[in-house]
Write a protein that binds this ligand. Structure first.
Ligand SMILES: C[S@@+](CC[C@H](N)C(=O)[O-])C[C@H]1O[C@@H](n2cnc3c(N)ncnc32)[C@H](O)[C@@H]1O
Length: 317
């Protein structure tokens, strides 16, 4: 199910679509919450799985939400969308007077539509102010972050979230520019700074600035913050036999999802030899994916962005 992007970039293809719909068991009908609706690819497939399904969709990106609303208008009252951060799930459901959902989906990270939006500053492929906020109504831009943080803090972000081995050199170059009164404020300045700092390297599979851009995006949008809390809240809002599916694109995200689902399936996550469990493990779910589901070679061939995706799912007991 590819959706054209109005002439911009590659068509948008929902990642691991068939697997998601199967694990959500959307053919049973009922209320589903799509916490990251994006352009609505997964939501549309949920709506098509049964004439009895309804979707409450969230996204923190107003522009994406508007496109999803237009695209899914034909489903009438079966689809409604709300501008919200999924970490506010409990508040959103209370406001909508929803106690329990049959299925909850979170397809984390940015969409290819956002990456390809020339003015958003997510990509080194487009000259734009270094913004990178998914929600442009609040928070600090990437440029502001680079203008405020210390060299050590910038290096840490690039190393931890980007797994970039040249993180210290890149952070030093960013701070030197700032000290000369030439702060990094747009995408091409950052991309060429990283390219100059890291050198030509051996035949690279990816652009040298890829990891730095990814790291900054994760920091700007605080993507890992309270992800464990969200997974726990989502499970608490499922009806018995309800399903939660989480698709992640970063090893740190996947680790948090794995640990949290482990804990919610009753497996203690405390360090070995602690006298008493303090991690809060309880048996609330059955994990449906012993190992994460990853995309097939065929899917990666038509949608290279799917490459790093990992899907984990559980069933509420
Ligand atoms: C990978 S895309 C989802 C694509 C979608 N499944 C589809 O088929 O079109 C991720 C979406 O999640 C949104 N998002 C990321 N973090 C969010 C958060 N904490 N709360 C709400 N939306 C978020 C992004 O703005 C983006 O539109």
């Amino acid at each position: 199910m590819a959706v054209p992007l109005g002439g911009r970039g590659a068509p948008h293809r929902p990642v691991l679509l068939r697997e998601t719909i199967e694990l959500l068991a959307a053919e049973r009908g009922g209320l589903f919450v799509d916490c990251t609706v994006g352009l609505g690819g997964h939501s549309e497939a949920i709506l098509q799985a049964s004439s009895d399904t309804q979707v409450l969709a969230l996204d923190r990106d107003d522009e994406a939400l508007e496109l999803a609303r237009k695209r899914l208008a034909l489903y009438g009252l079966r689809f409604r969308a709300e501008h919200a951060d999924f970490r506010e799930l409990t508040r959103v459901l209370a406001k909508a007077k929803i106690k329990q959902a049959r299925g909850i989906l979170a397809d984390l990270g940015v969409s290819s539509w956002q990456l390809d939006s020339p003015s958003r500053g997510f990509s080194f492929r487009h000259e734009a102010p270094l913004d990178m906020r998914m929600d442009r109504s609040s928070g600090e831009t990437a440029a502001a972050l680079l203008g405020r943080l210390s060299e050590v803090e910038i290096a840490r972000i690039i190393f931890v979230y980007g797994e970039e081995r040249h993180s210290r050199r890149i952070a030093r170059a960013i701070v030197r520019r700032r000290e000369r009164g030439e702060p990094v404020t747009n995408t091409s300045q950052l991309a060429s700074l990283v390219e100059r700092t890291t050198g030509p390297g051996k035949q690279r599979r990816i652009h040298p600035a890829t990891r730095t851009f990814q790291a900054l995006r994760i920091a700007v949008n605080r993507e890992l913050e309270n992800l464990d809390r969200f997974v726990t809240d989502a499970v608490d809002h499922l009806e018995p036999d309800g399903r939660l599916v989480v698709i992640s694109f970063h090893s740190l995200e996947d680790r948090i999802v794995k640990r949290t689902l482990g804990k919610l399936s009753g497996r203690c996550q405390c360090p070995p030899r602690v006298p008493r469990c303090t991690c809060g493990a309880r048996k609330a779910v059955e994990v449906l994916t012993r190992r994460p589901i990853t995309p097939s070679e065929e899917e990666i061939a038509v949608n290279p962005r799917a490459r790093s995706s990992k899907l984990r799912a559980c069933r509420k007991l």
